[in-house]
Design a protein around this ligand. Structure first.
Ligand code: ZN
Length: 183
């Protein structure tokens, strides 16, 4: 995993892509939720499931299929009224992207096993060739350590700065009245 903060930040940056009409507190909170929930799979360690297994850490819950299913489920649960029009698709897209961003960031971290992006069809674990993000420790106690500080610093550089640049570019495009691609 990247840390909770890194994943949440990526979701917020993605959220700014969408038109203001979508951006209410439920949109932001559920987007952040989708970006961190794949790591609920760390419970697999307690259950004795091997890291590399289907339900192991960075397995199915980090896949694109899981992201899409989660996006659909969250939209059905929280934006039921929007399901009958285009708005529902926008919500599904945002929550799916938020959840999918989790695996993408994890595949850029320095440790652990890779991410099963294509599970359940292909359970191979993948990393990107370029992995600048320091892997985050599992568990709160470990996080408040020198390791945790190193992780936050690396995320500040490799997630924080790109997110800020992305949000800045969108703000400029909106200012010159260039409609965002999702409206
Ligand atoms: Zn993860």
């Amino acid at each position: 995993m990247a840390s909770l903060f890194g994943h949440a930040l990526a979701s917020v940056a993605l959220g700014t892509t969408f038109a203001k009409t979508f951006q209410n507190w439920k949109f932001w909170m559920l987007g952040i939720f989708c970006s961190i929930v794949p790591d609920a799979d760390v419970i697999s360690f307690k259950l004795g499931i091997p890291y590399g297994a289907f339900w192991g850490h960075r397995g199915f819950t980090h896949s694109f299929v899981f992201a899409l299913l989660l996006g659909i489920l969250i939209t059905i649960l929280f934006f039921r009224k929007s399901l009958h029009n285009k708005t529902g698709l926008v919500y599904i897209l945002f929550f799916t992207l938020s959840a999918a961003s989790h695996g993408i960031l994890d595949a850029m971290t320095t440790g652990g096993l890779g991410v099963a992006f294509f599970s359940p069809f292909d359970t191979t674990r993948y990393f990107f060739p370029w992995r600048p993000i320091k892997v985050s420790p599992i568990g709160i106690a470990n996080f408040f350590s020198t390791w945790g500080k190193t992780v936050l610093l690396s995320e500040l550089i490799w997630i924080g700065i790109p997110s800020l640049i992305y949000m800045g570019m969108l703000a400029i495009l909106k200012r010159i009245n260039f409609t965002t691609f999702i409206d």
